[in-house]
Design a protein around this ligand. Sequence first.
Ligand code: NAD
Length: 488
Amino acid sequence: MTKTYGLWIDGSWRIPARGHYPVINPATEQPVGHAPDAAPAEVAAAVEAARTALPLWSRTDPRERAAVLDRAAALLTGRAPELVPLLQAETGATLRLTSRMQLPTAVDRFRRYARGAVEPATVPLAPHPVGATPLAPGGLIGAAAVRRPIGVVACITSYNFPLVNLVGKAAPALAMGNTVVAKPAPQDPLACLELGPILKEAGLPDGAFNVVTGSGPDAGAALVAHPDTDLVSFTGSTAVGKRIAETAGRSMKRTLMELGGKGAAIVLRDADDTVLRSAVAGVGSVWSFHSGQICTAPTRVLVHRSLYERVVTDLRDYAESLTIGDPVDNSTIVGPLISAAQRDRVEGHVAGAREQGARIATGGHRPDLKPGFYAPPTLITDADPAMTVAQEEIFGPVVVALPFDDEDEAVRIANGTPYGLYDYVFSADTGRAWALAARLRSGNVGINTVQRHPETPFGGFKDSGVGRDGGSFGLHAYSELQSVVWTS
Ligand code: NAD
């Protein structure tokens, strides 16, 4: 029996006027549940509920806000036995990934921003002696900068890590006293809808957190265009991000943009066996970690020519060792892509690379697995950095290997796409890697690791986004500084 969800507006379920659409399990191609297809009037009702809840929630003692977020973390943990299978089924991610990361990371984010709610919101400034001016008498002028909530925050998220993406926005937004209208991705919104009653049970006032969903772009577009939305926090593709920024700019709405990426992993000439092993496993995460549907994935591996053949051979062996198949089977490493459309897109990129003269070193053919939207780990060599496959984000299990002769060329290739989200340097000399990081136009640089640090500011240069979240930077993203000045 699949569940049919309502819209979560003002603390209760609302039956959608336009009806529902099925959310499809990417491995079985069967419905997991039915999500509401929100009409613009229902999106407006969610925004109005959030606006009405704002005065109460923004004036709630930060310790009480922290307690609500902590209780949400505990409730989410308690619901793991039903939410992990739901998340797994709607995302197609492996069970291992879902149980170890999709849900626990969302819980961690609630806990982190429970602590965030009570971080000091006031930045004291040194008193400043000012002489008398025609404006006012002189004196020792005191001041402080205070973080204030922005207002109603629209959280529009991508598919891939639905709960993690949404909690990464909603938790810091609520911690700072904002209210939220969430609009998760059409492909995997069901666990996000479950967050509504969880936050209510945790003690959040009605209207402070709402969830609207839709099968197409309408619900998100209505949310962005609504005059009472103050900040649009968006995670998704660069193309949609640009469209949202245009609309938001017309009414001076704030935006936080976490967009696409085309990460470069640069393997320097000095890489020894240990570093090379890390590089191969790190780049291999494009295949083994949610089938490459990850914005930070190192989908281009740039290798010094002296090591190129070896790295290509090691990567090919690695790719061919990975088990593709049913994501609920514990031995599976590579599960399906989110949809038939996404699989077709990935296959189109690989076919385009072949036509342009690149070589498919491994993968490239649809696996004989039915049902399910599978694409194999694919390694492309003999490509030119200007080829589409080396320029555009694919969001699938595809790596392009490119040789370079010196660091200048490596930097040129790494910086030679419109993106700048996450690059990596693999070197036996971490000082050299640190120096190289300064030349990369990228919001994040990993040295000898693809591991993330949750306290770092996360975001992109260039077309990969605007603004930063993560750790305390997330609190800054969901607040505006107000300067208060006084005589002393
Ligand atoms: P997408 O841009 O197609 O959709 C993202 C969200 O925007 C969805 O909720 C969608 O319904 C909504 N949307 C679509 N059109 C809209 C419009 N006109 N107005 C308002 N909302 C609209 O992205 P996707 O396919 O869900 O996700 C993949 C993309 O997300 C990739 O580009 C990936 O790199 C990016 N991503 C980025 C990060 C990051 O932190 N930088 C993290 C995860 C995913």
